[in-house]
Design a protein around this ligand. Structure first.
Ligand code: 2NL
Length: 344
């Protein structure tokens, strides 16, 4: 029996020596040490031995079991280490590889132009105010002298949410709200930049959503010459000291009188060219003296207070200043367009 045990040990150790994966090693373990393993089978026969032989054979059996167990454990460690080593090799990161370049963004051209305009007016004592984009019919139209039957309220022209709520069609309601807030007592200068919405078919010069900056100056004794002086300063700071302005008569329901302001064409210096369509002038904004009814609805006594207001489209200002030829460029998010202005 001792010989049988020695033979089993030799055979097992040889097999363990040869094996080179964990699964086969496990199979070997089972085939020798498992319940039905060959070593176990032999040990079962020990009952038939004489009491003298039993401890001797028992000791040998234990030595054999220990030898096989140790060999398997040792091999197990070796194989596990090898597997780990292989995994580490396969998953190694080359820290010397250069990283992927990150694209550095920047403020949108429109954002920059709006901030540029804000800075100029802040420098002249104007405060910057914002208001809701979903407006009441009252603040968007009524308070601006656009009564119930006015064509600008048409479902064709505006995004209505209910009969009384709509997406604001201009930023003027922010100004109407400010007049209410100042209770007809406080003189103030403000501008209000923001998004506005009109039902429109988008093309190179139209967008159903665009931005506006409006301004309002209310005080005792505000005159047309104040309007002209401040807007002239704005035009020169924005487009260059060599530019001139002119005011042409116009119409807006919320101002009286109303004007449109042009700047002299930079390309032809007033001679007339294709950019200014032969006129020498380019329109940049609308303005006027605040209509007495609008002052009154804002809580200001038009016999005591007067004011001027203006409105411009930052997209148009940006298109003229930076040579953009299609308003849709501002909203397409094409990085080839956007990145041209990261330094501008
Ligand atoms: C334009 C013309 C304008 C105003 C906006 C205004 C606001 C109040 C009172 C009076 Cl609360 N006026 N806003 C006045 C004249 C012109 O905008 O062409 N905008 C793009």
């Amino acid at each position: 029996m001792q010989e049988q045990l020695k033979a089993i040990q030799q055979e097992a150790l040889a097999k363990v020596q040869e094996v080179n994966n964990l699964k086969e090693l496990q199979a070997i373990k089972v085939s020798y040490l498992g319940k039905k393993g060959s070593l176990t089978q032999v040990l079962r026969g020990m009952g038939k031995l004489s009491p003298e032989e039993r401890p001797i054979v028992g000791e040998v059996a234990n030595q054999v079991r220990e030898a096989i167990t140790n060999a398997i454990e040792e091999k197990n460690t070796t194989l596990e280490n090898a597997a780990l080593e292989e995994k580490l090799q396969a998953e190694a990161i080359d820290v010397t590889l250069p990283g992927r370049p990150t694209k550095v963004g920047g403020p949108h051209l429109l954002t920059k132009v709006i901030e540029e305009i804000e800075d100029l007016f802040i420098g002249m004592g104007f405060e910057v105010r914002e208001g809701p984009e979903v407006e009441t019919d009252y603040f968007n139209f009524e308070a601006l002298n656009l009564p119930k039957n006015h064509p600008a309220r048409d479902m064709q022209d505006s995004f209505y949410i209910t009969n009384e709520l709509l997406l604001r069609t201009h930023t003027s309601p922010v100004q109407a709200r400010t007049m209410k807030e100042y209770k007809g007592e406080k003189a103030f200068k403000m501008i209000c930049p923001g998004k506005v919405y009109r039902r429109d078919t988008d093309d190179a010069t139209h967008s159903h959503q665009f931005t506006q900056i409006e301004g309002l100056f209310v005080d005792k004794d505000v005159k047309m010459s104040d309007l002209k002086g401040i807007l002239n300063l704005f035009a020169k700071k924005m487009f260059g000291e060599e530019r001139n302005i002119r005011l042409r008569p116009s119409f807006f329901p919320f101002t009286e009188p109303s004007v449109e302001m042009d700047i002299s064409c930079k390309v032809c210096q007033g001679e007339g060219c294709s950019v200014c369509k032969g006129t020498g002038w380019i329109e940049i904004l609308g303005a006027g003296m605040v209509h007495p009814k609008v002052l009154e609805m804002g809580g200001y006594d038009p016999k005591v207070y007067s004011g001027f207001a203006f409105g411009m489209g930052p997209e148009r200002i940006a298109m003229l200043k930076y040579g953009v030829n299609d308003i849709r460029q501002f909203y397409l998010n094409d990085s080839r367009f956007l990145k041209q202005f990261h330094q501008a």
